[in-house]
Design a protein around this ligand. Structure first.
Ligand code: ADP
Ligand code: ZN
Ligand code: ZN
Length: 777
């Protein structure tokens, strides 16, 4: 018997229909119904025809075939790559817990809103030097609208008419004037908008080092032998990972395959993209959040039509539909931004691996500080592993010094700069070398520490720091533990125990006081509202327009400033005290990356790490640049406390405008989970299979195996507990946390919770799932 049934998702955004429905495939459509195609199906009252996506074709159905309806017709125009993406969406829905519609919206390129013909675009005609000159001239004359337009064109060779007139608010008369001056050209219609600015000169191809060549050969050979195990490249900062990526992409092009290059959004700078365009010209494009819907769509079309070999972008670039995808490359694989914060809360690493599997492609991860997840898989042999241990520009790794801030305080130094850092800064200023000062503000969400001894208030049950909530109460957002504010340090009795507040602005001020002659640039969320201002600060610092660059974590990302010989980390503890089990890893990564900024040129670099906890293992290992040492210690800690990657966590989050409703939702789920995980005798029938006007609902996997395998004695259930931020926009938030070393068991529990909640008379709070969360909830 042929496969005669299809599971179809109905394309209407309504929770009640957000599950597959079974349909019969009529004889005449037997060949054309495949996963991913769009079909017309009779649905609901009156059997109106609606559009749906086929997510699966199967040869069996649990329901009598005569009760099932038939697919009416297949809609044309669905291409292979998008079919894969729909299968991927179904997988994401299942693995991460979201509605099917949310998953589809994540993977499918947005619908066309502007017809191709109506679009007008503006192209920059000038060369680099001329553009710079003109920009300077406009700046002098305070021609702000013109300057805005020119800057946008400098970042993107071609922009849309709408972007210029609506977003940048440049009057059309100004555009016409610039066109008649020969600065730009307005095109009546564009085939495709290319978001990449004209490329610079071809750069010389470098002869790869032995280590680099080893990685390239290893990965390509495995590929040719159909070994599709992912690869991890662990290369110290500046060891030439990007050069390896370029060679791999070239290898893929030779094999007629395309590549997706994922990089953290923050690293998606002109400098980075340029290295790829210099090599592959206009067969490279970018995807990112600043592109308009139309621009994104164009990149997808260019990819589909085989006009691109490479797309570069943050996690959403995964969903660019290439006809013949060969490789997905993930740079800075450890970055937290690879995890989505909206449903489906997917991780790009795992999703990339699934997509690679569906596309017969290979996944390559790169990092100077691999995540514990990736590194432990490499150790187990699940990944191929390559190491790059040398800097190729002649520079060596910098010398790292730890400054104990408690001692500074004891010696009467109340400044935020240690004596040693002050001396070194003075020295750099005298020698006309550059310095970078880095303040990690990420973790400063209200943790409380003692300025005298470094003591941090922690939850007695969870080993995470407590957060200071309004009114001074200290709360653990993992278990709900609460205690009143502390007035005196429990460890040393000092009264200098306070929530940490210090900003980059304060740093800048102090620098001006201390070194009035120094030219200081500041880079943080306030000074970089737009991409241009971000690029501008980087370019100015690279040109040597400033002596010191002060900033938040955004300055540590992959920029090459050869004249920097000193890096100062002002308070390394800030990220250590994040109320998060990843704090140690995060701190180690940030410090290692920050240190990696120093001494990239010919002159040796120095790093000063200021801290209240000089003995903390993360700081010690970072100072020694000892990844393996860190990895071993951190993994032991994760194993002891059942945190990823030793175990998996599922956060089930509840939201409601009514506090009691959010709490009740969490309580209901917690007691459901406690019940199914503790009693071996769970009677749960398949009563969930309901009927909707003749169509038959497909039971989700949990319904088929929930009762028997529901006894999951190794599941740890924590909560309900209020979220870190208990209320946002008048919506209350509660969570429960489930831990199990087996991810699939958590998926089962997720399915079970979804089903339990679909029964009548259940709690109304909105529920979301987050597997192995990396963002505080
Ligand atoms: P990473 O991505 O690991 O930080 P990059 O690829 O940016 O490292 O390389 C760091 C520096 O080393 C760059 O300036 C790059 O041009 C240079 N480099 C990389 N590979 C080679 C090579 N094989 N020979 C000479 N220089 C190289
Ligand atoms: Zn706790
Ligand atoms: Zn103290």
């Amino acid at each position: 018997m042929e496969k005669e049934f299809a599971n179809v998702i109905v394309d209407i955004s309504h929770e009640k229909v957000d599950r597959p429905f079974g349909y019969r495939i009529p004889e005449r459509l037997a060949d054309s119904v495949t996963p991913g195609v769009r079909v017309k199906i009779p649905f609901g009252a009156g059997n109106a025809l609606r559009t749906g996506y086929v997510i699966e074709v199967t040869d069996h159905s649990e329901f009598p075939r005569e009760r099932m309806k038939e697919i009416d017709s297949v809609l044309p125009g669905t291409k292979e790559p998008s079919q894969r993406l729909i299968v991927l969406a179904a997988w994401m829905k299942q693995q991460y817990g979201s509605t099917m519609i949310q998953a589809l919206k994540t993977v499918l390129p947005a619908r066309a809103t502007v017809g191709e013909k109506e679009r007008k675009s503006i192209e920059l005609l000038l060369q680099d030097a001329q553009t710079q000159e003109l920009a300077a001239q406009m700046e002098r004359k305070h021609q702000t609208a013109r300057l805005r337009l020119l800057q946008e064109l400098m970042a993107n060779q071609t922009i849309s008419w709408e972007a210029a007139t609506k977003r940048l608010k440049v009057p059309s008369s100004v555009i016409s004037k610039l066109e008649s001056d020969g600065v730009l050209k307005v095109h009546a219609s564009v085939a495709y908008r290319n978001p990449i600015r004209r490329m610079g000169e071809e750069t010389e191809k470098k002869t790869l080092s032995e280590e680099q060549q080893g990685a390239v050969n290893g990965i390509l050979n495995a590929f040719d032998q159909n070994d599709r195990r992912p690869s991890l490249i662990h290369g110290i900062t500046g060891s030439g990972k990007t050069e390896v990526y370029l060679a791999l992409i070239e290898g893929m092009i030779k094999r007629g395959r395309q590549s997706i290059v994922l990089i953290p959004e923050i690293a998606l700078t002109y400098q980075t993209v340029q290295r790829f365009t210099a090599r592959f010209g206009d067969r490279v494009s970018v995807m990112n959040s600043t592109l308009s819907v139309g621009e994104k769509q164009d990149q997808c079309r260019r990819a589909e039509r085989g006009e691109l070999d490479v797309i570069i972008g943050p996690r959403s670039a995964l969903f660019v539909p290439f006809p013949n995808l060969g490789m997905i490359l993930m740079d800075e694989e450890h970055e937290l931004s690879y995890k989505s914060e909206t449903s489906p809360k997917y991780h790009a690493r795992e999703t990339a691996q699934k997509l690679a599997e569906l596309s017969d492609a290979t996944l390559v991860l790169g990092s100077a500080t691999p995540s514990l997840e990736a590194y432990s898989r490499a150790q187990r042999g699940d990944y191929h592993f390559y190491k790059l241990t040398k800097r190729l520009t002649g520079g060596s790794l910098p010398r790292v010094e730890i400054a104990d801030l408690r001692e500074e305080l004891r010696n009467g130094n109340r400044s935020i700069f240690s004596v040693s850092l002050q001396e070194k800064l003075r020295d750099r200023l005298a020698r006309k070398e550059q310095s970078m000062l880095f303040l990690n503000r990420r973790g400063y969400a209200g943790f409380v520490s003692c300025r005298a001894c470094g003591y941090v208030c922690k939850c007695p049950h969870c080993d995470v720091s407590l957060s200071e909530h309004r009114g001074g109460r200290l709360v653990c957002h993992y278990c709900g533990y609460e205690q009143p504010a502390v007035k005196l340090c429990p460890s040393c009795g000092s009264k200098y125990i306070l929530g940490f507040r210090a900003g980059t602005e304060a740093m800048e001020e102090q620098l001006h006081k201390m070194f009035p002659q120094a030219r200081v640039l500041r880079m943080d969320a306030d000074t970089t509202r737009t991409r241009e201002s971000y690029e501008k600060i980087l370019a100015a610092f690279a040109r040597g327009d400033a002596d010191i660059l002060v900033g938040t974590q955004m300055i540590v990302k992959g920029h090459d400033f050869p004249a920097v010989t000193l890096v100062g980390v002002l308070a390394a503890d800030l990220s250590l005290s994040m109320s998060d089990y990843r704090a140690g890893e995060r701190t180690f990564q940030l410090l290692t990356q920050a240190a990696g900024r120093a001494g990239r040129g010919s002159r040796p670099g120095e790093v000063v790490i200021q801290t209240y906890q000089p003995d903390h293992y993360s700081i010690q290992y970072a100072a020694r640049q000892d990844y393996e040492g860190f990895y071993k210690e951190e993994l032991t800690y994760r194993q002891l406390l059942s945190y990823p990657p030793a175990s998996h966590i599922l956060a089930v989050q509840f939201y409601s405008k009514k506090q009691e409703e959010a709490l009740a939702g969490a309580q209901e789920a917690a007691s459901y989970v406690r019940q199914v995980t503790q009693s071996r005798q769970v009677t749960q029938s398949r009563q969930f299979t309901q009927q909707m006007s003749g169509t038959v609902q497909i039971p989700t996997p949990a319904a088929t195996h929930n009762a028997a395998s529901a006894a999951l004695p190794d599941t740890i259930v924590i909560g309900p507990a209020p979220a870190l931020i208990g209320k946002i926009n008048d919506v209350y938030r509660y969570g429960i946390y489930l831990k199990n070393h087996d991810y699939e068991k958590l998926v089962e529990l997720k399915d079970g919770i979804e089903q339990m909640r679909s029964l009548p008379q259940r709690q109304k709070a909105l529920c979301q799932f987050d597997f192995d969360p990396v963002h505080s909830f």
